[in-house]
Design a protein around this ligand. Structure first.
Ligand code: NDP
Ligand code: GDR
Length: 342
């Protein structure tokens, strides 16, 4: 039986990856941070199948212990301060976790079990102010946030350990991927959750920042399959994982309202832009500059050709299905909340 250690197991990707590895018969260890109220996050439904280890990416001793306990054959480093906007509020913590944390994990592996295979959760945010369209493994990086800069360190230190110590260490450069388990502050889930509340009469409208930002959005379930594939090859290499489609935040919002049966039309420009429900004329979306970022990533679209060719990876969940699944899930959650409040 193979064993795997997942850092960030309570997050969106950690939960889908844990499900995948359990299905494949792995013994799954998950790194947990101590909280005042025990909370298994997105793995609550499978918590009895996971071996939890209390540790923190900022504490190398705890990572060495995690490696000693798990003797993991594969380590998936998904733990991160992953919200770009917060990285301007906490740039140093973000760097400690997302940059130095990667070195901590790599060192723990090198000390305890150097033959273990290592996956690093790199990101399209490293492309930032994009230098080519679409972006692939050869595109130069230009990060635009403390998060992107920290992740770029994580990316390079992974490559450096591969080259310095001949370790099987690689990065997936994953473009945005969302799901029913996405955190509520990320724009997709913020929209689908608000759309459900608007549809069910709990709130009037949603306030968003930059509607023109373009993202390449896939489903997390498809992307964790790629993580596993990266660690099953003859040698370690880095891969871009993306859908090769890009849409604006405005288009995502339009699709989400449509999935809830609300046709919207946009009017106005810049901070004055709004969207109205065509049927009722009510304003359901406004722009709020508080959500603008100090520096923005305007356009991401990835080219996953290398992963498709060499890993045989393919995404299965389309953009429309992603939006529909998220809206349906949020409608069910909000309906349940309404029932339990009455
Ligand atoms: P989430 O924010 O949902 O999950 C982050 C996880 O990291 C949580 O389990 C969190 O634990 C854990 N964590 C945070 N800080 C620490 C710490 N100091 N020590 C230990 N664990 C910690 O992120 P996603 O699942 O969306 O993303 C997974 C990874 O992939 C991240 O590294 C992210 O940066 C990267 N990524 C994500 C993309 C996406 O579109 N989703 C795209 C490209 C890369 P807790 O529950 O305790 O907070
Ligand atoms: P991102 O995701 O920064 O791409 O990082 P997010 O959903 O936060 O933002 C996407 C785009 O939407 C714009 N936007 C808003 N964003 C949020 N959160 N809230 C708003 O109200 C809003 N209005 C407009 C943003 O400006 C941005 O352009 C995600 C994270 O999962 C990272 O960890 C990961 O590395 C990258 O995706 C790839």
């Amino acid at each position: 039986m193979k064993s795997a250690l997942i850092t960030g197991i309570t997050g969106q990707d950690g939960s889908y990856l844990a499900e995948l590895l359990l299905e494949k018969g792995y013994k799954v260890y998950g790194l947990m941070r101590r909280k005042s109220v025990v909370d298994y996050g997105n793995v609550d439904h499978i918590k009895d199948k996971i071996h939890f280890i209390y540790a923190d990416m900022q504490d190398i001793v705890s990572l060495i212990t995690a490696m000693k306990i798990s003797q993991a054959d594969e380590v998936y480093n998904l733990a991160a301060q992953s919200f770009v906007a917060t990285s301007w509020d906490t740039p140093c913590t973000t760097a400690d976790i997302d940059a130095i944390g990667v070195t901590n994990m790599l060192e723990a592996i090198r000390i305890v079990k150097p033959e273990a295979r290592f996956y690093q959760a790199s990101t399209s945010e490293m492309f930032g102010k994009v230098q080519a369209i679409p972006q692939d493994e050869t595109t130069p990086f230009y990060p635009r946030s403390p998060y992107g800069v920290a992740k770029l360190y994580g990316h390079w230190i992974t490559k450096n350990y591969r080259e310095s110590y001949d370790m099987y260490a690689c990065s997936g450069i994953l473009f945005n991927h969302e799901s029913e388990r996405r955190g509520l502050e990320f724009v997709t889930r913020k929209i689908t959750h608000a759309v459900a509340r608007i549809k069910l009469g709990v709130q009037d409208h949603v306030e968003l920042g930059n509607l023109d930002a373009k993202r390449d959005w896939g489903h997390s379930k498809d992307y964790v399959r790629a993580m596993w594939l990266l660690l099953q090859q003859d040698h370690a290499e880095d891969y871009v994982i993306a859908t090769n489609e890009t849409r604006t935040v405005r288009e995502f919002a339009q699709a989400a309202f449509k999935a809830a049966g609300i046709e919207v039309e946009f009017e106005g420009e810049g901070v004055n832009e709004i969207a109205k429900d065509k049927a009722t004329g009510k304003v359901v979306l406004k722009v709020n500059p508080d959500f603008f970022r100090p520096a923005e990533v305007e356009l991401l679209i990835g080219n996953p050709a290398k992963a498709e060719k060499e890993l045989g990876w393919e995404r299965e969940i389309s953009f429309n299905e992603l939006v529909e699944r998220m809206v349906k899930n949020d409608l069910a959650i909000v309906e349940k909340e309404i029932k339990s409040a009455n």
